[in-house]
Design a protein around this ligand. Structure first.
Ligand code: SF4
Length: 278
């Protein structure tokens, strides 16, 4: 049985950087250490940080001392201000691609544009971008959401970093039909689409696909859907313990991929466990 790993799988640049910064905080910063929300959507990684004394909190209401780590999605600048006022140390692990979208959004509002943020209304990254734009933006998830009241306006656009390019293109085309002026920043980061593309290509060639990553990770679940859509039998697991021998019966080729929040050690464990079924 041949096991092949997708050419793009596992940690992206922003996640790797955030985890490195959290590791450094454990060594060098004031304790206790908190992350605003889980540092990444991977229960095994969150648990390993808990063992080092790093705990997720949803807000700063009960946090009076120590260090707060801002995760890759970024936050409302008011939260940084609140942390500062409380005398907390701040480790800002906002992904630079997200920070770019936040900055562009703020610039567009300052420049007098009606700001459109393309993305999911409830996603923490979109909430953070909206806050950087002082709440003066319309969040558009899909082309049908574009308000007709935008006709004749000067419109500025940024997009949630993990959105698909096709959605961006459709919505920008819809806005172009209404606007008198349109200023667009393509703030998509590409890590997500590269992982999706390579997972699809691999799924088309193998008998079984294994997708490794948090069940609470939207990007890992999306990878599993994409693989399944190719018609190849696909299993989404968090750890090697979930693998089952019957999945690999009469199977010659297995493909493996992982979301941007899946650590390499989990992937290696899965590869070793699959080989044991041989
Ligand atoms: S997916 Fe892209 S924007 Fe998001 S954390 Fe990774 S590198 Fe940054």
């Amino acid at each position: 049985m041949k096991v092949t790993l997708a050419s793009q799988a596992g940690y992206c640049y922003g996640v790797e950087r955030a985890l490195r910064m959290t590791d450094e905080a454990v060594k060098n910063q004031k304790v206790p250490i908190f992350t605003l929300g889980p540092i990444i959507h991977n229960p095994q990684v969150v648990e390993s940080f808990k063992a080092l004394g790093v705990n997720p909190v949803m807000n700063l209401d009960k946090t009076e001392k120590g260090t707060i780590v801002v995760r890759t999605h970024g936050v409302d600048p008011l939260i940084i201000e609140q942390a500062d006022q409380k005398g907390l140390s701040i480790v800002d692990a906002t992904c630079p691609f997200v920070a770019n979208a936040q900055q562009r959004a703020a610039e567009l509002v300052e420049g007098g544009y009606t700001l459109i943020i393309i993305g999911e209304k409830e996603h923490p990254e979109v909430i953070g971008i909206l806050a950087h734009a002082q709440g003066q933006a319309v969040v558009v998830e899909k082309v049908e959401d574009i308000p007709k009241s935008l006709r004749g306006k000067s419109i500025g656009v940024v997009i949630q970093t993990t959105q698909p390019l096709e959605n961006f293109q459709q919505i920008v085309a819809g806005l172009a039909a209404l606007a008198t002026e349109l200023k667009v920043f393509n703030t998509i980061c590409g890590a997500t689409s590269r992982r999706q593309h390579s997972a699809k290509k691999l799924a088309e060639k193998v008998n079984v696909m294994i997708v490794v990553g948090g069940k609470n990770s939207a990007n890992t679940s999306r990878l599993a859907q994409i693989c399944e859509a190719t018609g190849t039998r696909t299993y989404h697991i968090e750890t090697s313990k979930e693998l089952k021998a019957p999945w690999f019966k009469k199977v010659d080729t297995v493909g493996l991929t992982a979301g941007a929040s899946t650590p390499e050690w989990l992937l290696k464990e899965v590869v070793e466990a699959i080989k044991e079924f041989n």
